[in-house]
Design a protein around this ligand. Structure first.
Ligand code: G6P
Length: 483
């Protein structure tokens, strides 16, 4: 069975709370466990994180933890009766002064005073991910008066977006700041920032993480129309982050679903060109919340994201609250493996016309180029401190598995998100330096990843356990006595 290259991020929640369920998710193929800070309390997150770490350790696999900050999602307040039915043509008002728990058929409160400044007559407001649509007729001192253009049931605390974007509270709320300290406490490998507007939001998140002494890598969720308004805005956000998430829920609402597919491809391409990881998320196997098998359209969506060369595909409610969480991961696993057989997954034109800027980057890409073109090579081995070298390697399309050898648990967890990369614990400092190549190849041989006669390519630096120093690659034949 080939190693799956596209990674699976699965969100934990009530449907996957027990040790057995988490073990089953890992067996089914979960590479990254997502803790969604929009739901649950700190102790629930602590318990889930503990279970993931314990089960992964028992199984001898590396599973990363990703903490997803709630962010400043703008929501309506509550209704006296929990919900109302709005019909097209009716009038409805959003008020910044109405009591927050007394919404009714005509009016509902909203805890976002800027609404009256951000809206203009003619704007389109989308509630509950676009299930209810309002057109703004006029804006008063403390309310926005609308007509319902697409009706439906509207219930408590549903999100609100403006078509084209522009409703923007500052990213990183007080709750987010607390959750960053929680992510640091749980030694999470990744933290995702919701609704970042620009690079400055990401820089602030990075500073907060640093203040909490967290080494987590930062993922920018691309979910505002502003973030994809032009390539400069997108590139700015990407370059300030370690990775991005195509957060298709809010993004689709703001830019319209028809634009979404092209934008998804653009985000994935731009992220990879900038040496960043990329996760494709939202509703990938949505019907599996209630059904044991995906629809053909969902299969196609997951397969297409894998063909676009995303690092990972993500499950949200499917695994957090669905009835078939394990089946959802198994389906993704199967579909990704199928897509990866397609030749477009294996041939690369990555950065052919660009210069490289670093020595280790040059060696990493040269190793992949050699592996892709020299028949007989069955694996790439890279000694890494931080995960940087395998990250660069995994930006380029290849059929070859990349084995990241590192002594650090955090690095081994981190590389679990990189496409095509498998972490193996290995500490060159514990080995006589003339035996390191042999020991590295033996580690793969013992795990059954290579066999005698195969060629492997190994990269490392002159000094062990120091980041950024990779300066050599060696072609080695398994079974030979290596030096
Ligand atoms: C390990 C190896 C070094 C190599 C380094 C690269 O520490 O022992 O020889 O230079 O990895 O680490 P990096 O974090 O840059 O991928």
């Amino acid at each position: 069975m080939p190693l799956r290259r596209t990674k699976i991020v699965a969100t934990l929640g009530p449907a996957t709370n027990s040790r057995d369920r988490i073990a089953a998710l890992i067996d089914a193929g979960m590479n990254v466990a997502r803790l969604n800070f929009s739901h649950g309390n700190p102790d629930e997150h602590r318990e889930r994180a503990r279970l993931v770490r314990e089960v992964a350790r028992d199984k001898g696999v590396h599973v990363a933890l990703l903490g997803d900050l709630q962010g400043p999602k703008i929501r309506i307040a509550r209704f006296s009766d929990g919900s109302v039915q709005l019909d097209a043509g009716e009038r409805f008002r959003l008020s910044v002064s109405h009591p927050l728990d007394q919404g009714d058929q005509d009016i509902v409160g909203i805890d976002y005073p800027e609404l009256v400044n951000d809206c203009r007559a003619g704007d389109e407001l989308l509630l509950d991910d676009g299930r209810v649509v309002l057109r703004v007729d006029s804006v008063g001192r403390d309310e926005v008066r609308c007509t319902v253009t697409s009706g439906g049931i509207l219930s408590n605390n549903k999100g609100i977006n403006r078509r084209g974007g522009g409703l923007s509270a500052a990213a990183l709320t007080d709750k987010d700041r607390f959750d960053i300290t929680l992510a640091a406490e749980l030694q999470m490998e990744y933290v995702a920032v919701s609704f970042p507007r620009n690079a400055d939001d990401m820089r602030l998140a990075r500073k907060l993480l640093k203040d909490s002494e967290s080494q987590a890598w930062l993922i920018a969720k691309i979910e505002r129309a502003e973030a994809v308004a032009d390539e400069q805005a997108l590139d700015g956000l990407i370059s300030a982050s370690d990775g991005v998430m195509v957060a298709r829920g809010d993004l689709g609402v703001e830019i319209g679903d028809a634009e979404l597919v092209g934008i998804q491809k653009l985000i994935i391409t731009r992220a990879r060109q900038q040496n960043k990881v990329v996760i494709t998320a939202t509703q990938m196997m949505e019907s599996m919340i209630n059904s044991p098998m995906p629809t053909r359209a969902e299969v196609s969506d997951v397969a297409n994201a894998a063909l676009d060369y995303t690092d990972a595909v993500m499950l949200s409610a499917e695994t957090a609250a669905g009835n078939y969480p394990i089946e959802a991961v198994k389906s993704m696993d199967r579909v990704c493996l199928g897509a990866e057989k397609h030749p477009t997954s294996q041939h690369s034109g990555h950065r052919l016309k660009q210069q490289f800027s670093r020595c280790d980057e040059t060696v990493a890409l040269a190793a992949m180029y050699a592996g892709n073109h020299f028949p007989g090579v069955t694996a790439i081995i890279t000694l890494t401190e931080s995960g940087y070298t395998p990250l660069i390697m995994s930006r380029i399309r290849s059929h070859l598995p990349i084995f990241a050898l590192s002594p650090h648990a955090e690095t081994l967890g981190r590389v679990a998100l990189f496409r095509g990369v498998t972490g193996i614990r290995f500490n060159p400092v514990e080995i006589t330096s003339s035996d390191v190549n042999q020991a590295a190849v033996n580690a793969l041989l013992q795990a059954g990843h290579v066999k005698a006669g195969d060629w492997v390519i190994l990269t490392k630096g002159d000094v062990y356990n120091s980041r950024g120093g990779t300066n050599s690659m060696k072609l080695l034949q398994v079974g030979e006595r290596l030096v």
